[in-house]
Design a protein around this ligand. Structure first.
Ligand SMILES: Nc1ncnc2c1ncn2[C@@H]1O[C@H](COP(=O)(O)OP(=O)(O)OP(=O)(O)O)[C@@H](O)[C@H]1O
Length: 255
C-alpha cells in the first residue's frame, strides 16, 4: 500500500498508510475498535478500493485488474464471512466451495479431488468428524476452525485472518493460537496478516506488526521492535505494560 487512504462521506477510515507484506512474512495488525483494521484487510483482500494512493496485491494493482481472478488467490477468514455462511450448509461444502469463491453450495459439481482436500484440511484442523454436520450447528470454536480450513482450501498465496480468535473461550483460543503458530512456522505457508485487538492472540512465529490508531499507523516493522509498552500505550491510549514469555505476549494497564 502506497499513500493509501479510504474515505466514506466525511469519515476518514484510514489515512496515509504505506505498508508492504512480503511472501515469507506473517503480520499482525493490532489496534482498538474502529482503528481501521478491517478496512486495511478489505483493501488487502481486494474487496475495497482506496480513495487515495495505490494498492498492489500479489502483483496486481487494484483498479487495473480483475478482482474476481485475484480473490481466489487470497484466503480470507472473517466474522463477516461466517455470517454469510448458510446455516444448513454442510461443513464439507462450506470448505470446498471456497474453490469456487462462493458462499453456499448451489449448483456446482465438485471434483472428488477437491472434496478430498477439504476433508484433509478439516482433519488438519481436528474437526474431520464434523464434515457432515451443518455449519449452523457448530460451536464458535468449531466454526473458526472450519473457516480456517476454508481459507486454506484454494492453497492461497495470501492468508487474511480478521479476529480469528474473537468469541472463543480460553481453550478454544489456545487451540487456535497453536494451530496458527504451526501455520506461521511452516515455510510453505502463504504470506499472512492477522487482525486482532489482543496481544495474547499473537501466535508465536508471527514476524511483523502494524499498530493502528484512528486510521493512522502508530508503528510498523519487526514484531519485537514494534511491540513495546510505549507503542501499545499510544495505540490504545492507556498506560500499558507488556510482558512476553515463550513467544507469547501479555498486556495490562499500569496501576
Ligand atoms: N462505510 C462506512 N461509512 C462510514 N464510516 C465507516 C464505514 N465503514 C467503516 N466506517 C468507520 O471507519 C472506522 C474504521 O472501521 P474498521 O471496521 O476498519 O475498524 P476496525 O479497526 O476493524 O474496528 P473493530 O476492531 O471494532 O472491528 C470506524 O470508525 C467505522 O465506524
Amino acid at each position: 500500500m502506497d499513500g493509501v487512504g479510504v474515505r466514506r462521506a466525511s469519515n476518514t477510515l484510514v489515512t496515509d498508510v504505506n505498508w508492504s507484506v512480503e511472501l515469507d512474512e506473517r503480520w499482525v495488525v493490532l489496534g482498538p475498535n474502529g482503528a481501521g483494521k478491517t478496512t486495511l484487510l478489505k483493501l488487502a483482500g481486494a474487496e475495497l478500493y482506496p480513495s487515495t494512493g495505490t494498492v498492489d496485491v500479489l502483483g496486481e494493482r487494484l483498479g487495473n485488474t480483475n478482482v474476481f481472478e485475484l480473490r481466489p488467490r487470497i484466503g480470507l477468514c472473517s466474522a463477516a464471512l461466517a455470517g454469510r455462511m448458510p446455516e444448513d450448509e454442510l461443513v464439507r461444502d462450506a470448505v470446498v466451495s471456497a474453490g469456487y469463491a462462493v458462499v453456499g453450495r448451489w449448483r456446482e459439481e465438485y471434483e472428488r479431488m477437491d472434496t478430498e482436500r477439504a476433508e484433509e484440511l478439516l482433519a488438519a484442523m481436528g474437526i474431520a468428524d464434523l464434515a457432515d454436520r451443518s455449519f449452523g450447528t457448530l460451536s464458535e470454536g468449531e466454526r473458526k476452525r472450519a473457516l480456517l480450513a476454508r481459507a486454506l482450501m484454494t492453497d492461497p498465496e495470501l492468508l487474511l485472518l480478521d479476529e480469528p480468535a474473537a468469541g472463543l473461550d480460553l481453550g478454544g483460543r489456545e487451540d487456535l493460537v497453536a494451530r496458527l503458530s504451526d501455520l506461521a512456522m511452516d515455510p510453505d505457508a502463504p504470506a499472512m496478516t492477522l487482525v486482532t485487538h489482543h496481544v495474547e492472540e499473537i501466535p508465536p512465529g508471527f514476524t511483523h506488526a502494524l499498530l493502528l490508531r484512528e486510521g493512522g499507523v502508530v508503528a510498523q516493522g519487526l514484531l519485537d521492535d514494534v511491540l513495546t509498552a510505549d507503542n501499545l500505550s499510544k495505540t490504545f491510549d492507556q498506560d500499558l505494560e507488556l510482558h512476553s514469555d515463550g513467544g507469547r505476549y501479555f498486556a495490562q494497564r499500569r496501576r
